[in-house]
Design a protein. Sequence first.
Length: 278
Amino acid sequence: MYLSAPLPFMGQKRMFAREYIKVLEGFKDARVFVDLFGGSGLLSHITKCKRPDAEVVYNDFDNYRRRLDNIPRTNALLADLREIAKDVPRGKPIKGEARERIFERISIEEKECGYVDYITLSSSLMFSMKYKTSLEGMRKETLYNTIRMTDYPLCVDYLDGLDVASCDYRVLYERYKDTPGVVFLVDPPYLSTEVGTYRMSWRLADYLDVLKVLRDRPFVYFTSNKSQIVELCEWLGKNRAAGNPFEGCGMSEFNAHMNFSAAYTDIMLYKNNEGNAA
């Protein structure tokens, strides 16, 4: 059984793995586990290993399977990159000719094979947890010689026994919501954290919509203190009559720029004494 994902993935639950195993013991009557935001598949894998009698549905929306299938090519590419960077001290920036040769080798890989696992490459060439998903994105970053020194294991058994889906979590939820003995594993991209490696763009409303799947059904839900979702839900629970104070408001927006690459939108909401938006 794996206690960490075979390949790098933002948000994989390796720190929770042993604690999650303990939590699973409280769902002895469960017959189906649906991993709505499958990510690296680690939760699904652990669940199937500990509960081989249960149906475990892994929603591979981000196509982690393709990354697993390409491990041999990724290992070969990393071996070539190690050779290119062999004269650069470990942990130091890769500059000049070596940097350009690395980009040239990656470009050739993409043209000849049609695929490059940029997330795995990022983990070898950038600071921890800084991932890019394209050659263009990597060119904007400083590269470091932190290239993995050994091959990634092939992990051919990692997804054994899982029912694999690849769809919007809401579709999967509707499919299983009335299934007897179902438990939903809910690990959405965290609010107020980087979601650039996910194949989705999320707003606050999207995060709140996820909470609908938790009502009246067994679940295991993951979040972080950055998101403040738990604090928000506690406040709503104490102030059930608050409603939406912005309903019927007028709104003006102003686009502000902090520098050439960072911007945000300031918003003004207004309602007069008569309850009108103007």
